[in-house]
Design a protein around this ligand. Structure first.
Ligand SMILES: [Zn+2]
Length: 316
C-alpha cells in the first residue's frame, strides 16, 4: 500500500504526469487483479511485440494496451480510407512503430489526447504529429530526461514481458516536433472518417477529446477512465474540468462508447452524465469526501475524482 502511494506521488509530482491507478484498494501486488476481464471479449491480435497487447475493437479500430506496466496505458489506431490516426503513443518502453506497421500500411497521423509522458513517449518514432498550440504542450515536446523520469519508472512498476532493449538506467521520454497545430472544433479527416478535436482542459491544460461520430466513439484520454481521475497536479484545474465535463456531456446522444487512456476500453457513454453530475456534486459543500494531504477524493459509481484541497473553483 505504501509503495503504491509512493508511486502515485512520484508520478504525479516529480514527472508532471498524472493519471490513473485503480490500485490503492488492492492487497499484494498491483497486478494481482490482472488481466482485466473486460478485455476478453475483444479479438486479440499477435503483432510479435509481446510488450503490448493489441485488440481489434471494430473493423477499423484497434487498441494497443500496456498491461504489464502499472499505468496500463492504452493507445488507439483508427483506420480511415486514406490515412490512419494513432491516438497517443504510450510510454516509449516497447517498439510501438513495429506494432502499427503490422496493423496498417497507411500514413499515420499521431494525435495526442494531452502531453503527459505516458501518452506521448512514442511520438519520436513517427513522422507526422498533430497537437494543440499551448505553452504546456510546447514545453513537453522537449521530452523528459532520465533524471526526471527515473523515479517513476522502476522495476516495481513492471509486471513482466519487458523488452530486452529497455533499460531502467537510461529510460527517458524523447523529444518530438509538432508538425501541425489543431484548433478547438477542427475536423481531422483520415478518409471517410472525420474526427473532431474538442478542447477539454482540466486534467492537464492541453487535454482534448477526439469524437468519431461516425463510429459513435469518444476518445477521452485522461478526462475519463473507470478509475481515480487525477485533477490535483500542479497544472490541473478543477474549474476547467467542471466546464469540460459539460462539454463532453453535450455529445452524450452522439456517442455510445468512451475510449479511455488507461485500464479498460469501450466504456458506456452513460458515464458522461455521471461525470457531469460528479463535478456538480464536488462543488456542493455537503458532498462527502476523503481528506488527504492537500487533496480530496470523491467516490462515484465506477470512478473517483481526486481534486486539490482547498478546491480550485470560483477563485479567479
Ligand atoms: Zn495524463
Amino acid at each position: 500500500m505504501i509503495r503504491k502511494i509512493t508511486l502515485l506521488l512520484l508520478t504525479a509530482f516529480l514527472i508532471t504526469a498524472c493519471d490513473k491507478g485503480d490500485k490503492s484498494g488492492a492487497q499484494g501486488n498491483w497486478y494481482d487483479a490482472l488481466p482485466r476481464e473486460s478485455w476478453s471479449k475483444f479479438e486479440k491480435i499477435d503483432t510479435g511485440q509481446n510488450w503490448f497487447e493489441v485488440y481489434k475493437l471494430t473493423d477499423n479500430t484497434y487498441a494497443i494496451y500496456e498491461p504489464y506496466q502499472w499505468q496500463e496505458a492504452i493507445s488507439y489506431l483508427l483506420i480511415g480510407s486514406e490515412k490512419a490516426m494513432l491516438v497517443d503513443t504510450l510510454q516509449g518502453i516497447g517498439n510501438l512503430k513495429a506494432v502499427t506497421d503490422k496493423l496498417t500500411n497507411l500514413p499515420i497521423i499521431v494525435m495526442n489526447t494531452h502531453s503527459h509522458y505516458d501518452h506521448v513517449s512514442g511520438n519520436w518514432q513517427y513522422d507526422t504529429i498533430y497537437g494543440v498550440s499551448n505553452p504546456y504542450t510546447l514545453d513537453n515536446t522537449k521530452g523528459h530526461s532520465h533524471e526526471e523520469m527515473k523515479a517513476g519508472m522502476t522495476p516495481d512498476t513492471v509486471w513482466k514481458n519487458l523488452p530486452d532493449t529497455f533499460s531502467f538506467d537510461t529510460y527517458e521520454s524523447k523529444p518530438y516536433n509538432i508538425d501541425k497545430f489543431v484548433e478547438d472544433g477542427e475536423i481531422i479527416d483520415i478518409g471517410g472518417r472525420p474526427i473532431e478535436v474538442v478542447y477539454t482542459p482540466g486534467h492537464s491544460p492541453d487535454s482534448v477529446i477526439l469524437v468519431d461520430k461516425q463510429n459513435r466513439m469518444m476518445f477521452t484520454g485522461d478526462s475519463f477512465y473507470p478509475a481515480p481521475i487525477y485533477l490535483y497536479s500542479e497544472k490541473a484545474s478543477f474549474e476547467d474540468f467542471f466546464i469540460s465535463a459539460q462539454i463532453m456531456f453535450d455529445y452524450h446522444d452522439q456517442v455510445d462508447y468512451l475510449m479511455p487512456g488507461h485500464n479498460e476500453t469501450m466504456q458506456p457513454a452513460a458515464y458522461l452524465n455521471k461525470l457531469r453530475q460528479a463535478t456538480m456534486d464536488i462543488i456542493n459543500p455537503s458532498t462527502r469526501y476523503i481528506q488527504g494531504d492537500k487533496r480530496r477524493t470523491y467516490q462515484f459509481d465506477g470512478f473517483s475524482i481526486i481534486v486539490k484541497d482547498p478546491l480550485d473553483f470560483g477563485i479567479r
